[in-house]
Design a protein around this ligand. Sequence first.
Ligand code: PEP
Ligand code: MG
Length: 842
Amino acid sequence: PDIQNPHVTLITQDAPMSTPTHGGRAKCLQRLVRLNLPVPRTVALSFDAVHRIAAGRFPDMDALIAAFDPGALLCVRPSSEDPDWGGPGAILNIGMNDARFVDMSDEIGKEAAAGLYLRFVQAYAIHVARLDPDLFDEIEDNGTAGLSAALRAYEEEAEEQFPQDPARQLREVLRSMARAWEGTSARLLRQAKGAPVDAGLGLVVQEMALGLGHGECGSGVLQLVNSDTGKRQLTGRYLSQSQGREALQGGAASLYLERDPRGPSLEELAPKAFADLKAQADLMRRKLRAEMQIEFTIEDGEVHILDGVRVKASSRAALRIAVRLAQDGIITPEDAVLRIEPRAISELLHRQVAPEARREVIGRGIAASPGAATGRIVFSAAEAQASAARNEPCILVRRETSPEDVRGMHAAVGVLTERGGMTSHAAVIGRGLGLPCVVGAARMNFNLQRKTIQGEDGRIYREGDTVTLDGTSGQILRGAPEMIEAALDDAFNTLMGWADEARDIGIRANADTPADAATARNFAAQGIGLCRTEHMFFETDRITPMREMIFADTVEDRQAALALLLPMQRNDFTELFRIMEGLPVCIRLFDPPLHEFLPSDRAGLRDLAEALDLPVSDVTRRVQAMGEYNPMLGLRGVRLGITVPEIYDMQARAIFEATLDASREGAPPVVPEIMLPLVSAKREVDLIRTRIEAVAAAVRTERGRDITYRLGVMVETPRACLRADEIAPYSHFLSFGTNDLTQMTYGLSRDDAGRFMSDYVSQGVFNEDPFHVLDIDGVGELVATGVQRGRATNPSVTLSICGEHGGNPESIAFCRSAGMDYVSCSPFRVPVARLAAAHLAL
Ligand code: PEP
Ligand code: MG
């Protein structure tokens, strides 16, 4: 035949199908043929050939038909580059006509022959002649009566006799499939799945293995693993006297494959065919180096393999499959690592809404902390605690959260806020706690007085109503959809171990509390890259001394408050050093944006008044006097250390005393890292460094022991990036705080941007939320400048990032190429970062 034409190729063991593209199915079939598997004779048409067919230019049809056994029935199946892009459905039994019906009735029986003919007329009428499906779908497969009804319906609707010429039938099938691919709706649909504009379709024409007839005939699908769990488990269905994927719709009539207490199986019905199939599936797994779903037909007891596609697996299944393939020596551990999308792994760390669950979306916000949680709505921290005391899971709903809500966040299973973005208080704390969190759901109407929220569906949800937060997608769902649990199993740990061997950039965690540190260790972080010390005071019993300290206006008052804070800090640090034993811990001195720490409501003001033994009116006045127009750009970070130096003195002392307390005989010495936030000038560093050195000297003398520490600067103002050459010579490390750096580079409030971020992203002003994915063009340029200028004057300076971007795969790629030593991110993002970093290195 014209089969020498490289665009129309007969698949054989040795003929290479190299230059033109024929799509994934053709490629797979060729590999199966090479493995000597019983694949029916197949001709593959390339993308070009199909494109020409759509335009009415057909290959030599006689030659094409002559490539097959005379009298054989044919089928045509789509072969796009990626099976997920879809494509027209397969058409089976081409070549069936009145004459063949007579012949085949003798060979396989009248009923089976009528069944084949009927299926073809139905498919042809609906998909090729495009007649009304309602007229054909319902016709029963009941031998010749059904067939006659179908042929009659065709004649009436199409106003012609059902086409009898096999060449014409095949031609029309090819034309309709080629055209369907080029139609607008099909194109838009596949583009939505990521297909390029010019994605091509190949087609394969295959000789039919009938699945209907004498002896054991039928069809089914088989795979060696469970798609949801990835565990080894023969799954699939088989239906006698069927074709294509009918076994999957066969309901009770379909058989299990393997012997099964629930019902009859192929293994019992046709033991030899079953054994062959299993062996063939195993061969495919080994040679195609993947778990495959096999489509097969049994014809009079003999197995034919029609197709194989990669098993569609859930994230957890994909991971287990990859690890297993590597453990069986089929792929390398590196391949296994590369087969798992870093983002997909975050699903495994948390409970998730089950993929098949029905989602009734009632609102959307920013997916600020992954995982899903179901609970009753509560509107205050106190109600959250009451709810937890009753053992009732609750979702804490707030306009935004502040330190007063932290106890409520601990008690809740999820947090929903109207305002805020990726780095808002709720988001940062939520990620730290591993608590699902959706922020900035501004389109839902929050009414905190009435204790209601209005869903985008128009319904009102009241206190006590059950909702589900999906912090992975940012959706708020009605009710309690089915969930699946986290999967931190052996397979997970094995894969992560392989990833660690491959990667070449360090991964630390941002951890503020002993609980965070334990999570960080658990996820194999290589140290703490950012301990936000002010976060250590978010607990109820601790926020008051912190407030007293901020609030004090005499030296004595401040000393009294600091004296309360010192032992708390010392204990915290000792515990952190012990948990992280042998690993570096980077402690950032206080950086409290004042508005997050001063009481904002009546109850808070009263508490503080009680603690200070002052009238509420005095406290209110002073709070107002301390209020700032723009607290994020106010008395924050190192500015606090410069204006009220006793505060940082206390912290330095707590760190040094804890260092000595935590250093055990024989254990590696603790070397704390002290980091100064919000620096913009070299002089700030000089002033603080001098004081810290004085505290270190004092503690050395008091304790009679040496202390080594490292002092570094958090680079999070544009000026610090530009002046990094001045700052670096006196710093052991520079850590880029890209949350503030993004805020200041864009002049975009990190706490308010959530309200309009979705409009900015949907209109393409920003490709992504820059608080989520580092803006490489702008903020990245400042970072790169800082890196380069810092290294120029201090080649041994350690460079890192500790903003939220440290957990984002694209941003990690940037940090690695900029030459950073490590990234630091929330503990629950550490595994994603480890895997993403491995992908970059492989
Ligand atoms: C930053 O600004 O990037 C940072 C890590 O600090 P914070 O989020 O505490 O301001
Ligand atoms: Mg900051």
